[in-house]
Design a binder for this molecule. Structure first.
Ligand code: TMP
Length: 238
């Protein structure tokens, strides 16, 4: 598989074309950013760890019937994916109140929610990725009503599968963000699933093992990511 022109560069990833028109290569960087790019830094080996973890989780989700863009991990930092047209929505699922939900609604961080909460944000850096509801999504033309219903259903299915997998290694899945894309009239889960895009708490101690260590200057950022990956892969053939 030959890597072609760079199609897109984001805060944590680069996307390249390949000689196969329906496929792209995602390269995971060590660069980290938070608060819509205001805080910047690097996390040693983050690109390698996030590629490894995302590849593992996408393969797991494929096996469970959740269509996603992952095709193959082709290098330490590189993943071969199906080329999709990204839907400009971030789909966030929350099991426990934290982060912006706690701030916005005054719900203390750590409160277990009665049932999972699904939120949509409109992907627009200039606007700061604002929270939107289904009427806003329709007004923006970001997705159809049928697509929104599909995104919600898929996000809750992914939540069930990830929660169970992480719980089996002593990690509580607090919340996470997903992105989806369209290809061949179908919807595929895309982007990444990693400590950049999820909140993971050690179930026994409550210790944060995700990007909040970077956002909140808690130290031990790389160690947190390594711990989650190590637990996930222990006993597997990665
Ligand atoms: P929030 O509490 O800051 O809204 O974040 C909720 C979850 O979504 C958390 O696991 C981090 C993830 N997330 C992203 O991956 N990218 C983003 O741009 C934002 C705002 C959140």
């Amino acid at each position: 598989m030959r890597r072609g022109a760079m199609l897109y560069e984001g805060k944590a990833k680069r996307v390249y074309s390949t000689d196969e028109s329906g496929q792209c290569i995602i390269e995971f960087k060590d660069d980290a950013s938070a608060f819509n790019g205001i805080k910047k830094g690097t996390i040693a080996d983050k690109g390698i760890m996030n590629n490894t973890m995302s590849s593992y989780l996408f393969a797991m989700l494929s096996a469970a019937g959740v269509a996603n863009h992952f095709l193959e991990r082709i290098g330490e930092r590189e993943m071969l994916v199906r080329r999709v047209q990204i839907i400009p929505l971030e789909v966030i699922v929350r099991n426990i109140a934290a982060g912006s939900m706690s701030k916005r609604l005054g719900i203390p961080e750590g409160k277990v929610l009665a049932s999972p909460v699904v939120e949509f944000s409109y992907k627009d850096d200039a606007l700061g990725d604002p929270l939107v509801n289904e009427d806003h999504i329709r007004a923006l033309g970001a997705a159809t009503d049928v697509e929104v219903a599909t995104l919600r259903r898929l996000a809750l299915t992914v939540n069930d599968l990830l929660r169970e997998r992480f719980s089996s290694v002593g990690i509580t899945l607090v919340d996470f963000k997903l992105e989806f894309g369209r290809a061949n009239s179908m919807i595929f889960l895309a982007d990444e699933i990693s400590p950049d895009t999820c909140r993971f708490w050690d179930t026994a101690t409550g210790e944060k093992l995700d990007k909040d260590r970077f956002r909140r200057d808690l130290g031990g950022v790389e160690e947190g990511y390594r711990e989650v990956l190590g637990r996930l892969l222990s006993g597997s053939a990665q």
